[in-house]
Design a protein around this ligand. Structure first.
Ligand code: ZN
Length: 476
């Protein structure tokens, strides 16, 4: 099969772009204010102005009525690779064994096998397919934890123009398996732990990629989870993250098995207490899932200004409630991410609203303004990046534009409520990062999405054809 070749990204450094919004979510005065019939003017990679009248001239003009111009949406917890492997295999309880989380029976083992059998070009094909899905799903900024043998994620993000925090995993044992007493450490190193090797590899990727593509590409520290990282590794990773001033992200309390394992290993501590004991909790931490966290754990994390990454749909798949509203009620900063399950960020926000309302038994939780903030302002705070997550002069020129004229979004009275209650990825019209138009008219503008998808799917099929994959997905 011929490989798709990618065009270089356009240079917009000296260019201006003017975008008309029937609605513009203006953040110049703090908070959210919807302006009617305004123009957003971009100069190079920055927002220059928000103006009621059409500019006299601009290099690019996007002037279509019915558009809602939003700050670039931030999807800060996603897995392109492991979830591509699970896609359509793990639904309806398929692949679930002994009631264990598929994290340990499918996602971790098969992503390891998959990376072993694919060529670098095939890994790049999967990465490009994933970045394509993320962009078409409306994201301008993504944080992506992945195994450190998949550096092609950085390449694909650079090529396709996404703002990207790659988070190569650190494990105390790189091949964790679900044993009878929780996760067993099966190290691939001869020293008993893989920690040191993973930290060295993480640092090599940092040296190679941090700040690349005019600062669009960066790294996050990424110890995998509480039950796959021992205390020494968590202390060392956190110290390195703080020294290098990069965000830190980890999976926390994502399964009952993890809670049991940590309690047995560390004198009854919960996963959150384990992290607190090691000094990991802080405003630089993005803690994914926390579904099995106790109310006390949530209070602890709130007191340390931790950000919780809520990915409701991947838990719905397993019949588990992951309610945004529960974290919101605890006063935590909460972001919604897609976890790779379905990279439709608007659809995920809708699910976050619905699941929270059902869980709370009331409609006034997980409201539209809170959910819009969870993928804009909350991300800017979590990453300490005040130039992201809002439309204001001087901010980065990252925008997500929605087609509110679409028949299934009409009629509407409040565009924010319509966005959360009714919209999904098919309403994404334009995605702009650093002033570059990456998605236009709902189509990928910088590459042939069909060709990238065909190549990525073929690579995943190669993994599905492995005996380990057939065993993992066989019904028990
Ligand atoms: Zn995850």
């Amino acid at each position: 099969m011929p490989r798709p070749s990618l065009m270089p990204l356009p240079n917009v450094a000296q260019q201006t772009t003017a975008i008309f919004g029937s609605y513009v979510l203006d953040g110049s005065h703090g908070g959210q204010r919807v302006l009617r019939d305004h123009w957003v003017i971009l100069e190079g990679d920055r927002i220059a102005a928000i103006h009621p009248s059409r500019p006299a001239q601009a290099d690019h003009v996007i002037d279509t009525p019915g558009r809602f111009v939003l700050p670039g949406l931030m999807n800060l917890h996603n897995h392109c690779f492991s979830e591509a492997i699970a896609r359509s295999h793990a639904e309806d309880g398929a692949g679930k064994k002994n009631d264990q989380s598929i994290v340990y029976t499918v996602l971790l083992p098969l992503s390891k096998t998959g990376l072993d059998v694919l060529t670098p070009q095939e890994r790049l094909d999967v990465a490009r397919m994933g970045i394509t899905q993320l962009l078409l799903g409306g994201a301008t900024s993504v944080m992506e934890p992945f195994r450190n043998s998949l550096p092609e994620m950085f390449t694909a993000a650079e090529e396709l123009g996404l703002r990207f925090w790659g988070a190569p995993y650190l494990f105390s044992a790189a091949d964790p398996k679900a044993g009878n007493d929780g996760v067993e450490y099966n190290t691939t190193s001869t020293t008993g732990r893989d920690s040191e090797r993973d930290l060295t590899q993480w640092k090599a990727l940092y040296d190679r990629w941090q700040g690349k593509a005019d600062g669009r590409i960066g790294l996050a520290m990424s110890p995998h989870a509480t039950d796959t990282c021992d205390p020494d590794l968590l202390r060392a990773a956190t110290a390195m993250a703080r020294e290098l001033n990069v965000p830190n992200t980890i999976h926390v309390a994502q399964s009952a098995g993890e809670v049991k394992t940590i309690g047995a290993r560390y004198e009854g501590r919960t996963p959150s207490e384990y992290l607190d004991w090691l000094g990991v909790l802080g405003p630089d931490l993005l803690a994914a899932h926390c579904v099995y966290a106790t109310d006390n754990d949530l209070q602890l994390m709130q007191s340390k200004d931790v950000t919780v990454m809520n990915c409701p749909r991947v838990f719905s798949r397993s019949g588990k409630t992951a309610a945004f509203g529960r974290f919101e009620a605890a006063g935590l900063r909460v972001m919604v991410g897609t976890d790779g399950y379905n990279m439709d960020l608007l659809g995920e926000l809708n699910a976050a609203a619905m699941i929270s309302k059902v869980a709370a038994g009331r409609p006034d939780v997980a409201t539209a303004p809170a959910l819009i903030s969870s993928v804009t302002e909350a991300g800017a705070q979590a990453l300490n990046r005040p130039d992201l997550g809002h439309i204001a002069p001087g901010a980065k020129a990252d925008l997500t534009v929605i087609d509110m004229a679409h028949p299934h979004l009409q009629p509407h009275y409040d565009p924010c409520r319509t966005l959360i209650a009714l919209a999904n990825r098919s309403n994404i019209d334009t995605v702009i990062v650093d002033g570059r138009i990456l998605v236009s008219g709902g189509r990928l503008a910088v590459a042939d999405a069909q060709a990238l998808t065909r190549a990525g799917s073929a690579a995943i099929q190669k993994i599905w054809d492995q005996p380990e994959a057939r065993d993992a997905f066989a019904s028990s």
